[in-house]
Design a binder for this molecule. Structure first.
Ligand code: BES
Ligand code: MN
Ligand code: ZN
Length: 491
């Protein structure tokens, strides 16, 4: 369920709320504006700071109860020594998560004179911190059920001035919540058809244009690479196209491309059993694209954007593609399939080729493409590669603004030898080394002539550990990077 936000001016000391959240930096001085509140607490708030029970560190939280009227509880959360927006976003997320654990249902966040990106971060942080995935659990008996956070009031100095930042924060959070939910849903529920339906829902809600192509249409477009991956699945593969027209008529769009493997078994080159269930997340790039479109449409950004998703499952069977098979992609290039588990690039080959029809001003794809990216950069950094240094720098900056940091890997000519084939124009794997780079070099064969950047989110889209401000599971990456990039190019 999403959270209803509202804005209010005035002294938080008088707010009738079950939980008042106050975010403070490292080694805080007690804010003078909260003197009345402190008085209601018999000076306990300022004392907690003076006595260093609360020091404002990263992920630090202190909960206090008050007698009488006004806020029933105050939660102090630390923003630490991080840069302001980042620190506030994280502190708000921690508060959102704590509110859920307490079961208070609603809260008030004291935002004082925060504005712009800082306020947006607070709103997005609260909504994302409170995100959880409960829909496949049988609900606890009513008496034991704790209320999830469904309403938040943000206390600001100037309600009118704060409105745009609040709306932007909600837009970003709703996009990310959608992406997380889709990536969490298992392969038997979140199918290619389900992603198509989700795209149709977004289109309907915000009046976008949507086109969905199935196996038959893709065969007509000679997408032999994509269809090879879909050969052994009984589910109809989908090429989903979602057009948002917020810019001038005829203006070249930004193209956002997502890998949408609703399950990746590896195919004939089958994956080992341990952790194979994680491969339901192999549509995280597609989830990121859909989440970004939801956010972009909510923000009514003045720019044209086309979203392109290639969705299927990589399965085994008598019909399955085999190592050694040679297929022809829709741009005419031939590919020797040496490993059926390198399927993401086969799907993206035809989707990137399709993106070329739009002559996009820039094309950014996101894919959980290589395990090698997890080895190279771990779970906190997005792999970034591309054929246009200007756009690469723009995407890196967008990622930093959005709190999804990326790092560029090289695309030196020398690596291209690694994907050479004896029987076709290229093969779909490289050698043992540089797996993320050879995968990107493969994609580059289909992005020729358009400014293109590739995000490898294999390590960052999903967390296998609890991250304090979010539960184990999908992170929502790369929604923020997409949104910030598109925002940076909007009028
Ligand atoms: N979806 C996987 C990439 C992946 C692996 C993401 C592990 C997260 C964790 C992709 O389709 C894949 O299987 N890639 C292979 C490529 C290899 C066969 C060249 C890989 O990385 O092992
Ligand atoms: Mn694979
Ligand atoms: Zn895959």
């Amino acid at each position: 369920m999403s959270i209803a936000f509202d804005l209010r001016a005035g002294d938080p000391a008088r707010a009738a709320t079950p939980l008042l959240v106050v975010a403070l930096p490292a080694e805080p001085a007690f804010p003078r504006a909260l003197a009345a509140l402190d008085a209601r607490y018999d000076g306990a708030l300022s004392r907690a700071i003076r006595r260093k029970d609360f020091q404002g560190g990263k992920d630090e939280a202190l909960l206090l109860f008050a007698p009488g009227a006004g806020p029933e509880r105050v939660l102090l959360v630390g923003t630490g020594t991080a840069e302001a927006v980042k620190g506030l976003t994280r502190a708000a997320a921690l508060a959102g998560r704590k509110a859920n654990a307490l079961g208070v249902g609603r809260l008030t966040f004291w935002a004082a004179d925060l504005a712009g990106a800082a306020l947006e971060g607070v709103v997005a942080g609260l909504a994302l911190g409170a995100w959880e995935f409960k829909e496949l659990h049988t609900p606890a008996p009513a008496a034991k059920r704790r209320k999830p956070l469904t309403a938040a009031t943000v206390c600001v100095a100037n309600v009118r001035a704060a409105r745009p930042a609040l709306d932007a924060g909600v837009a970003v959070a709703e996009g990310q919540r959608l992406a997380r939910r889709l990536a969490m849903l298992p392969g038997n529920i979140c199918t290619p058809e389900y992603l198509a339906r989700t795209a149709r829902d977004i289109a309907k809600r915000h009046r976008l244009t949507v086109k969905v192509f199935g196996r038959r249409e893709m065969a007509r477009m000679r997408m032999g690479s994509f269809l090879a991956v879909a050969q052994a699945t009984t589910q109809d593969p989908k090429l989903i196209v979602l057009e948002y027209k917020g810019g001038r008529r005829g203006e070249a769009p930004v193209a956002l491309v997502g890998k949408g493997l609703c399950f990746d078994s590896g195919g004939i080159s089958i994956k080992p059993a341990p952790s194979m269930e994680l491969m339901k997340f192999d549509m995280s790039g597609a989830a990121g694209v859909l989440g970004a479109m939801e956010a972009i449409a909510r923000m009514r950004l003045r720019i044209n954007v086309v979203a392109l998703i290639g969705s299927t499952t990589n399965m085994l069977g008598g019909e399955a593609m085999k190592p050694g098979d040679v297929v022809r992609a829709s741009n005419g290039k031939t590919i020797e399939i040496q490993n059926t588990d390198a399927e993401g690039r086969l799907v993206l080959a035809d989707v990137l080729t399709y993106a070329q029809r739009y002559k996009p001003q820039a094309c950014v794809d996101a894919a959980t493409l290589t395990g090698a990216c997890v080895i190279a950069l771990g779970n906190t950094t997005v792999g970034v590669l591309g054929n246009d240094q200007g756009v690469i720098d723009e995407v890196l900056a967008a990622g930093r603004r959005g709190g999804e940091v990326g790092w560029q890997l090289p695309m030196f000519e020398e690596y291209k030898d690694l994907i050479r084939s004896d029987v076709a124009d290229m093969r779909n794997i490289g050698g043992r080394g540089a797996g993320t780079i050879t995968a990107a070099l493969f994609l580059a064969e289909f992005a020729e002539g358009m400014p293109w950047v590739h995000l490898d989110v294999a390590g960052t889209a999903y967390s296998e550990t609890d991250l304090v401000v979010m539960p184990k599971g999908p992170t929502g990456t790369p929604v923020r990077t997409f949104v910030e990039f598109v925002r940076g190019r909007a009028r």
